[in-house]
Design a protein around this ligand. Structure first.
Ligand code: NAD
Length: 334
């Protein structure tokens, strides 16, 4: 089947081509660097299937162009599907499939990495030593043992994250709209209300999807309920967090540390080398100017294991569609 693949980098091409060969699926991939949006949607003209990533735009306008050009399948090479207007896709007869499952360790371990960066100020220590500055002032950290970690969303990634933090000797508080029976089997882990989680946690890590009801879950009101000096970790989706409220929280010293792998307006920044350009996003620039903020550019998923899993499931999704088999990873409108 002919598949137009958007927002591709060399690593996407490598993993997808390899899996296409190994599985003998023989899809005809055409790779585009371009992000899918109204201006680039014509590249998919005549392709029955397209393959997209987290920051591609699959809103009504783009979906209507795709449908008119003959696209019948959208294969997301990610778990989140917040960038797709599922109701419009269904109305236009376009099916949507995703990668429900890929190494949850990739993102969970990255969240832990952000905690350790902040907790022991490793980013500052690294730069200091390279500058032959061996002083320790300003690098004082704290032990994770006995700290309370709030996990919002205890699905695949949240559960693994909780397990790892349990290994550090932390107390784990969880919140989920659909509790995971394995979560409370962990030692020192219990479900609490969201309010209690905000109030008791030393570190809060977000692992729930972005839905209308989770948009700006972290906002002025929820921050006000948190402990002074709280550490916020977001490896899930940028729009879960009201960035301006977080900036106010940092300035008032209510928030002590911020580690993010995702950002509200990341679609204009992430995955590109913009080091020679003037960044116009003042909020982002202000956020990264604080000494207690660490930002990575949506690399939580970026391990060999995860890219392998993503390529394998994507090819299976495409082959199932081509062969008229049931789509096990289909995403339906609510
Ligand atoms: P999952 O579906 O296994 O788990 C999500 C959990 O969130 C579920 O248990 C669900 O019940 C819960 N949830 C839903 N609505 C909620 C709400 N309102 N409040 C609290 N919990 C709620 O998904 P996962 O594989 O663990 O992934 C979690 C999120 O991580 C994804 O939605 C995605 O946004 C993000 N993610 C980020 C990266 C990255 O590279 N940084 C990579 C993959 C996934």
């Amino acid at each position: 089947m002919k598949v137009a693949v958007f927002s591709t980098k060399s690593y996407d091409r490598r993993f997808i081509q390899l899996e296409n060969t190994v599985s003998q699926a023989n899809h005809e991939f055409v790779f585009f660097d371009a992000r899918l949006e109204a201006q680039t949607a014509s590249l998919a003209n005549g392709f029955p299937a397209i393959c997209v990533f987290v920051n591609d735009d699959l809103g009504t306008e783009v979906l209507e162009i795709l449908a008119a050009q003959g696209t019948k399948l959208i294969a997301l090479r990610c778990t989140g599907f917040n960038n797709v207007n599922l109701k419009t896709a269904a109305k236009l007869g376009i099916k949507v499939v995703r990668v429900t499952d890929y190494s949850p360790y990739s993102v969970a371990e990255h969240a832990v990495g952000l905690i350790l960066m902040l907790n022991r100020k490793l980013y500052r220590a690294y730069n200091r030593v390279r500058d032959d500055n061996f002083a320790l002032d300003g690098l004082l950290g704290f032990d994770l043992r006995d700290r309370t970690i709030g996990v919002v969303g205890t699905g695949k990634i949240g559960q693994i994250f909780a397990q790892i933090m349990q290994g550090f000797g932390c107390n784990i508080l969880g919140y989920d709209v659909y509790p995971n029976p394995n979560f409370e089997k962990l030692e020192n882990a219990q479900y609490v209300s969201l309010e209690e989680l905000w109030q008791r946690s030393d570190i809060i890590s977000l692992h729930c999807p972005l839905f209308p009801e989770t948009h700006h879950l972290i906002n002025q009101e929820t921050i006000a309920q948190m402990k002074s000096g709280v550490m916020l970790i977001n490896t899930s989706r940028g729009k879960l967090v009201d960035t301006k409220a977080v900036i106010d929280g940092i300035k008032s010293e209510k928030i002590g540390y911020v580690g993010i792998d995702v950002y509200e307006e990341e679609d204009k920044l992430f995955f590109e080398d913009l080091s020679d350009t003037i960044i116009q996003d003042d909020t982002f620039q202000l956020l990264q100017s604080f000494p207690n903020v660490v930002i990575t550019a949506h690399q939580g998923f970026f391990t060999e294991n995860a890219l392998d899993d993503i390529a394998r499931t994507t090819i299976t999704n495409l082959s199932d569609f081509e062969q008229g088999k049931p789509l096990q990873n289909q995403v339906n409108a609510a």
